[in-house]
Structure formats: structure tokens, C-alpha cells
Ligand binder design. Structure first.
Ligand SMILES: Cc1cc2nc3c(=O)[nH]c(=O)nc-3n(C[C@H](O)[C@H](O)[C@H](O)COP(=O)(O)OP(=O)(O)OC[C@H]3O[C@@H](n4cnc5c(N)ncnc54)[C@H](O)[C@@H]3O)c2cc1C
Length: 284
């Protein structure tokens, strides 16, 4: 399936200097989100803990809008790394948002791919394990602002099973000659997956195994990160996954690269359900 990109990735910009802007500059435009009607057209296991979902996507006019509905077949335009917020059954009659990164999109069939972890007993895991071809769900998006960043030649990724779709989408969109380093903290060897990239992009994938250790313990990731040599003027880090691991990795990378060269995003929090808007709850 061809990945749909909002624009072609720019070439890596000039090496950063102390004059570099203090916010990461995205290589792709960040589009306005809108509502989508999704219909499940395929479900398949990817690893023991991840299911790939294929959904036909049709745009929906906003509720109460007097505007003409968007034309049938309008394309989903997104920046690599962006996600869709699915509106899923919550407690009682309520709905609850759960966000899943766009793993791929085929504009010729309007089919979007998501990869969903089946761990836990929340609304997302419950829905994905019960859903079948023909089921419908509404979504809002694309959401999120983290995508390929300009001005870096080395792109470092930290993540887990839930963030593999985001990491792979961003890595596949890197400009030629970029170097990607991926630290993936997963349950065990059965969760290993290869990221397919053009030959000009160098990807070093490092696997860390929890082997039964708690996912929220950051030690494995911090130790592996400390062993990675990074040139602060040429590197950008993207950190996704469990809340405590993201916080700890963000602190270490912030000290080494500076906050502007680190794009952190917690996806889930061990022992606590995400909030109704779809993000992990933060400490007061
Ligand atoms: C921007 C963004 C992008 C995301 N992209 C993806 C994606 O591409 N694929 C994906 O699978 N998830 C992704 N997530 C996480 C996802 O949105 C849900 O938070 C996650 O699937 C859990 O939802 P839930 O309703 O099943 O569980 P919740 O109701 O949030 O939690 C219920 C219980 O399950 C536990 N739990 C939640 N997630 C996990 C996990 N991964 N492993 C073990 N236990 C867990 C919680 O600690 C809690 O105890 C993303 C989150 C964000 C914010």
C-alpha cells in the first residue's frame, strides 16, 4: 500500500546552530482535522500483541454544519506520525476517544491502516478485539503535531509496541541520507518488526526486551539511550510510549540535546486509563 503524505519530505536542512529556532520545525504541513466515517474492511494480527486494522475512510460534514458535505472519496491528508481519534463505546451510552497513529493510507481506495495494541482492558483494547469486517466507527483527525523535523541528519526514536506505527511512519518519510536510530522497548523477540525504507536511508534498529519487567520502568531505555552517541547539533529525538518512560527519556535527552531537539509524546500510562479525550492523565 502506498503511504499518503501531505507533501514530500524536505531535504535535511542545514546543521543546527545556536541560532536554530527553539521549536522543532516540521518538514510537512500539519493539516486541519475533520470528521471521518470509517468502516472496517480488514483485520489481521501483526505480532502477538498488535492487530492491523484496515478501514475505508469517508469524510463527514461537521454536525450542525450548513456547509455542503465534503465530496465522496475526499482524501485523508496527513503528516507522517499523525493519528486519528476514534470515538469508541465508553461507560454506559457514553463514547470515549482513543487515538491511533495512521500507519498507512491508500488514496486510490481511501483505506487507512492503524495498528492497535490489544493489551489491557480499556475501551480501545475491548473494541479492537471484538470488531469485525463491516463494523463502523467515527473518527476525528488527523491529530498531532509531531512529524519529521527539519535540520537534523540523525533522527533518534524511542518507543514500544503502541508507538511502532508512529516510528515507522516517520522513518519511512525521512529524506535520503538521513540516519535513523530506533530503540524499541518490547515484551520479547516475538514483537520484533522491520521498518522498510529506501536504500538511501540508514536505519539502526535496537531491540530492548522487557522479559516480564514492568513496562513503566525506564531503566532499560535510559541505559540504552546513554550508550547512543549523539551530536546535539545534528540530532533530533522523538520519544513515544508509556508515560513514565517518556518522562524519564525526555529528561535525559533534554539534558543532552536541549528541549527543542526532543519531541516527546506519552501514549498510555501503566495502571491508569487514558482520559476521555484520549491522552494519558498527567500528575497534578
Ligand atoms: C497521539 C497518540 C497516538 C497513539 N497511537 C497508538 C497506536 O498507533 N497504537 C496503539 O496501540 N496505541 C496508540 N496510542 C495509545 C491508545 O490511544 C490507547 O491509549 C491505548 O490503546 C489504550 O487504550 P485502552 O482504551 O485500551 O486502555 P485505557 O483505558 O487507556 O487503559 C486501560 C488499562 O490498560 C492499560 N494499557 C493501556 N495501553 C496499554 C499498553 N500499550 N500496554 C499495556 N497496558 C496498556 C492501562 O495502563 C490501563 O491499566 C496512542 C495514543 C496517543 C495519545
Amino acid at each position: 500500500m502506498q503511504q499518503r503524505r501531505a507533501a514530500q519530505a524536505g531535504t535535511a536542512g542545514p546543521a543546527a546552530t545556536s541560532d536554530a529556532p527553539d521549536i522543532p520545525v516540521p518538514s510537512f504541513p500539519i493539516p486541519e482535522p475533520s470528521r471521518w466515517a470509517l468502516e472496517v474492511v480488514g483485520i489481521a494480527p501483526v505480532t502477538p500483541s498488535v492487530l492491523r486494522l484496515r478501514l475505508a475512510a469517508r469524510p463527514v460534514a461537521p454536525a450542525g454544519s450548513e456547509a455542503m458535505p465534503p465530496p465522496e472519496g475526499a482524501e485523508l491528508v496527513y503528516a507522517p506520525g499523525q493519528d486519528l481519534a476514534l470515538s469508541l463505546p465508553g461507560p454506559g451510552d457514553a463514547t470515549i476517544n482513543r487515538r491511533y497513529t495512521i500507519s498507512d493510507y491508500d488514496s486510490s481506495t481511501s483505506v487507512v491502516e492503524l495498528e492497535v495494541v490489544t493489551h489491557g482492558d480499556g475501551p480501545g483494547a475491548r473494541w479492537i478485539t471484538k470488531t469485525k469486517v463491516g463494523d463502523r466507527v467515527e473518527a476525528f483527525g488527523p491529530r498531532g503535531k509531531i512529524t519529521v523535523v527539519e535540520g537534523a541528519s540523525t533522527h533518534l526514536f524511542v518507543g514500544d509496541e503502541a508507538s511502532f506505527a508512529a516510528i515507522a511512519a516517520i522513518v519511512r518519510a525521512l529524506p535520503p541520507s538521513a540516519r535513523a536510530i530506533v530503540l524499541a522497548d518490547v515484551a520479547d523477540e516475538q514483537e520484533h518488526r522491520r521498518i522498510e525504507v529506501p536504500p538511501e536511508v540508514v536505519v539502526e534498529q535496537h531491540w530492548l526486551h522487557r522479559d516480564g519487567a514492568p513496562a513503566e520502568s525506564p531503566e532499560r531505555v535510559l541505559e540504552a539511550l546513554a550508550a547512543v552517541e549523539l551530536d546535539p547539533a545534528e540530532s533530533h529525538a522523538y520519544v513515544f510510549g508509556e508515560f513514565h518512560v517518556v518522562s524519564a527519556a525526555r529528561r535525559q535527552l533534554g539534558e543532552r540535546l536541549g528541549a527543542a531537539r526532543t519531541s516527546p509524546k506519552p501514549y498510555w500510562r501503566a495502571g491508569r486509563p487514558n482520559a476521555g479525550h484520549g491522552e494519558p492523565v498527567r500528575d497534578e
